[in-house]
Design a protein. Structure first.
Length: 618
């Protein structure tokens, strides 16, 4: 296996790789400066030496320097130290030097990837990245369509945008070209599988009726109340889905929330119950959303079971669009791909991860369910994937990939002053996406990172393997701690659930306390002392995030967790919410034995001191 040294990829917690970073940055800045100077060298300079010596010129440069000095001071005073393993909060960590340098190099050229003529270099890079996304997700790069978005929210919007428009096509064909769907009633038209709908679109296109059909579809006629059915999402969904149904006119009443189990994965049995009820009511299913890496718990929904469920229903004449929200967990699929980018067998995967030191042999990851979920991802119709999360790319860099590029016929638009109306040019990004102007520097950052790190176990897998291992170590260390003594008072610490990926949630409760409200107050105070609330985070010993798991969002899934902390079932039934500390373990620095041992000792000392402070405050 190709050897990539993870420590050589980042600037480092103590700027250990500063020499390489600064020298390369200087070179890239010089390259840009020379590019400007060498563009038609016969042109006379616009800013001459006399002007540069004028007092107002120097004062203007001083104003610029002063503003930048103030900015630097503010950034150092209150920015979050993502780079440090002491930060275990949100989905942030150190970012790749290659991506940072590429972004800074490209930003000086200021490319706009809305249209190829405004960004010939970086638009081509984004198209290439889209194909890389497809390969990483198991799609055929020649048939799929992918691109970089501002974030996962926009990517989710685009997935639902496609699902909505696709669902409306059969009925639109019935209006515009009824002979093409003769003998098929509305119920069956609303339950055609996505692939069959796209075949119908191809026939419509060949018949020269695409525009007439699009005019009769939802993009032309708008949403009719409830006509396209319900969107089914798990309770663990990202909040962007709630916004998406608003923005796209689907409406909150057309969303149903599927229960999660106590491991915070979607309950597929409840999904089946929801579908059975809707079918009995003759209500179509617009789509189902599965999550690979929930933002609260890092849970991986059982995509394979959802795929099997859809296959069974399609035999009964019922189908729906399937979108996988892998904004967080998408890049983890690189752990499953060998050096030839082939998805490994379960036993071969474990052997590869352990023998090559990607994940320590004592870490039994992935579970069979997690493995099967990642293997089934290519059966989804579209997938959200964010480079600025597990891709270790600077903000903003979301992404989406769609299994079949023919969906572009359902969402494309052209602006005459920007595009040549060719109708089929993937370089015309602004025609096929929700965004307009977009930074080409982001595409440069993602593309460069992918050049340095193969999208398989030899490249990205090495970083993400460390993240998975670090989370496992953290989880098992919490389990083994049991009870922590703080100034003579004993506190039990319990992790929420064994992580499917790399998020570890946990909570403290004083031994003997049966009040959920008092337990929440303790954990709230711990968070307050380990976050921006305690003052400048630069001085904090350990920084984390938090969340609340309420029955409104999760039903009774947290009941088993609070019981382990000594909270009676009746107390959960009364309060219906629990406050937890949330650690996203993206950092690649918590895997080495001595380093981790020292880290855990420091962490426990920090927690002990924090709890001592908490109990002293009334």
């Amino acid at each position: 296996m190709e050897k990539i040294d993870v420590e050589a990829l980042f600037l480092g917690p103590k700027s250990e790789n500063r020499k390489f970073f600064k020298e390369t940055l200087d070179f890239l800045m010089d390259e840009h400066i020379h590019w400007r100077r060498n563009f038609h060298p016969e042109d006379e300079p616009v800013i001459n030496l006399n002007q540069q010596q004028e007092k107002s010129f120097e004062e203007t440069l001083d104003r610029t320097s002063n503003a930048l000095l103030e900015l630097s001071s503010r950034l150092k005073f209150s920015s979050m130290p993502w780079f440090s393993p002491r930060y275990l909060g949100h989905m942030n960590s150190d970012t790749l030097m290659a991506a940072n340098l590429a972004y800074m190099a490209a930003i000086l050229y200021n490319p706009n990837n809305c249209a190829y003529e405004g960004s010939p270099a970086t638009t081509a890079l984004e198209i290439e990245v889209g194909k890389q996304f497809a390969g990483m997700m198991g799609y055929d790069p020649q048939k799929a369509w992918g691109h970089i978005t501002a974030d996962g929210t926009i990517a989710n919007y685009e997935g639902l945008w496609v699902a909505r428009n696709l669902k409306s096509i059969p009925l639109a064909v019935k209006q515009a070209r009824p002979e093409m769907v003769e003998g098929i009633d509305d119920w069956h038209l609303l339950n055609l599988p996505p692939g069959r709908i796209l075949e119908l679109v191809s026939k419509v296109k060949e018949a020269g009726a695409l525009e007439a059909v699009r005019e009769q579809s939802v993009r032309g006629m708008g949403m009719e109340k409830g006509r396209l059915g319900k969107l089914l999402v798990p309770q663990s969904k990202h909040y962007s889905w709630t916004k998406a149904v608003d923005v796209l006119g689907i409406g909150q009443e057309n969303v149903e929330y599927v229960r999660v189990k106590d491991n915070y994965r979607m309950d597929v049995r409840h999904l089946k119950e929801c579908i059975d009820r809707l079918v009995a009511e003759k209500t179509p299913i617009l789509g189902v959303v599965a999550v690979v890496g929930t933002t609260e718990e890092g849970a991986v929904d059982e995509v394979h079971e959802i795929v099997r469920l859809r296959e069974k229903y399609e035999k009964k004449g019922v189908s729906f669009y399937l979108h996988v929200d892998a904004a967080y967990g998408g890049y983890a699929r690189t752990l499953f791909l060998d050096e030839n980018n082939l998805f490994m067998g379960f036993n071969g995967l474990r052997k590869t991860l352990h023998e090559h030191g990607v994940v320590h042999k004592e870490v039994e990851w992935p579970s069979q369910d997690v493995y099967e979920a990642f293997r089934a991802m290519p059966q989804a119709d579209s997938i959200t994937i964010d480079p600025h999360k597990m891709g270790y790319i600077p903000y903003t860099a979301g992404g989406i990939v769609m299994k079949d590029r023919r969906v572009l016929d359902l969402i494309s638009y052209f602006a005459a002053y920007v595009f040549e109306k060719s109708g089929d040019n993937p370089m015309l990004l602004g025609s096929y996406i929700m965004e307009g102007s977009k930074a080409g520097a982001t595409a440069a950052a993602v593309w460069t990172a992918h050049r340095v790190l193969p999208l398989n176990v030899t490249g990205y897998g090495r970083i993400i393997g460390r993240s998975v291992e670090g989370a496992a170590r953290f989880y098992y260390s919490l389990l083994s701690t049991g009870v922590l003594d703080a100034d003579g008072r004993k506190f039990r610490v319990v992790p929420l659930t064994r992580p499917d990926f790399n998020i570890v949630d946990f909570a403290f409760n004083e031994v003997g306390n049966a009040s959920l409200k008092k337990m929440d107050e303790v954990n709230q105070k711990v968070y307050d002392r380990c976050s921006y609330k305690s003052g400048p985070v630069y001085s904090d010993s350990w920084i984390t995030s938090k969340t609340s798991l309420s029955s409104g969002d999760y039903g009774d899934a947290p009941r088993a967790f609070v019981a382990k902390l000594g909270i009676p079932a009746a107390e959960w039934d009364r309060v219906k919410s629990v406050y937890v500390l949330r650690c996203c373990v993206l950092t690649p620095y918590l895997t080495r034995g001595a380093t981790y041992t020292e880290y855990w000792s420091n962490f426990m000392n920090t927690m002990r001191k924090t709890l001592e402070q908490v109990v002293k405050v009334p």
